[in-house]
Design a protein around this ligand. Structure first.
Ligand code: SAM
Length: 248
């Protein structure tokens, strides 16, 4: 699992929440049953307001189980089973500044467990879309949204590829774009930055939570910093500082 572990890397058309059955299948696996069997409802570090279906197992161990259950050796790592440090910082920031979310139309890019999207919905966003290309993440996000009694739109469409990057002067439906811990891989970071700049130029506000991953762009404006207790040994230290940035 080449996911975010060191200081620079995180280790290792979908339905409206409530309409996507958690009995969705992938290969041999009933995804909802798999997620529930492999995780437990727990609050992420610093976020006692929210509970998610989270794993305490090594990501590689869970990844192997997923491959075995699904019969699919091509699935991405189970990022959805963990609360990543950047997402935790961003979620904490939003909870501490609820006025920045209320009434907004929110896109949570690279949603993983859905933590940031769920916090935005809880804080009174008008509408929230959680975007993650991993179909298992979509199932986990749906279960997590249900556990917190919020409604999300969940999409597995690759927004970074499906359409040309938004152009300056063309308003995007999202007024607030949230990105937790997505700058750990060169190609994705490059594509995400182009996409996010387009949304910003169209008038959206873009907030990023990140603990210093390798491909975090330069020139961001710092809003807040949190010392985040690392989940289940995902990071190289027990407490990982993470920053909330705005794309200026
Ligand atoms: C390190 S996880 C962060 C998850 C969550 N934001 C958090 O902070 O807990 C990165 C996530 O990005 C997703 N991802 C990768 N490429 C993507 C893309 N093109 N569009 C949307 N999500 C993507 C992965 O599937 C993974 O769930």
């Amino acid at each position: 699992m080449s996911a975010p572990r060191s200081g620079t890397q995180p280790p290792v058309s979908a339905p409206r929440s409530g309409t996507q059955p958690s009995a969705a299948r992938l290969g041999h696996a009933d995804l909802g049953a798999f997620v529930r069997a492999q995780t437990r409802l727990a609050a992420p570090p610093l976020i006692p307001e929210i509970t998610l279906w989270l794993s305490h197992d090594e990501p590689t161990v869970l990844w192997e189980r997923l491959e075995q259950a699904s019969g699919r050796p091509d699935l991405p790592p189970p990022f959805w089973a963990y609360p990543w440090t950047g997402g935790i910082a961003l979620a904490r920031y939003l909870l501490d500044h609820p006025g920045q979310v209320a009434g907004q139309t929110v896109l949570d890019l690279a949603s993983g467990s859905g933590l940031v999207a769920i916090v935005a919905a809880r804080l009174g966003a008008d509408a929230v879309t959680a975007s993650d290309i991993d179909p298992v993440a979509a199932t986990a996000i749906d279960l997590n949204a249900r556990a917190n009694d919020v409604a999300l739109t969940i999409t597995t469409t690759d927004l970074l590829a499906a359409a040309p990057a938004p152009q300056p002067g063309h308003a995007h439906p999202s007024s607030l774009v949230l990105v937790g811990d997505a700058f750990y891989e060169r190609r994705m970071a490059h594509r995400a930055l182009a996409f996010l700049r387009g949304l910003r130029d169209g008038g959206a506000r873009v907030l990023i939570g990140d603990p210093g991953r390798a491909y975090l762009p330069d020139g961001l404006r710092q809003l807040a910093r949190y010392d985040v207790p690392a989940w289940a040994g995902l990071e190289d230290t027990e407490i990982k500082p993470a920053t909330v940035w705005e794309l200026p």
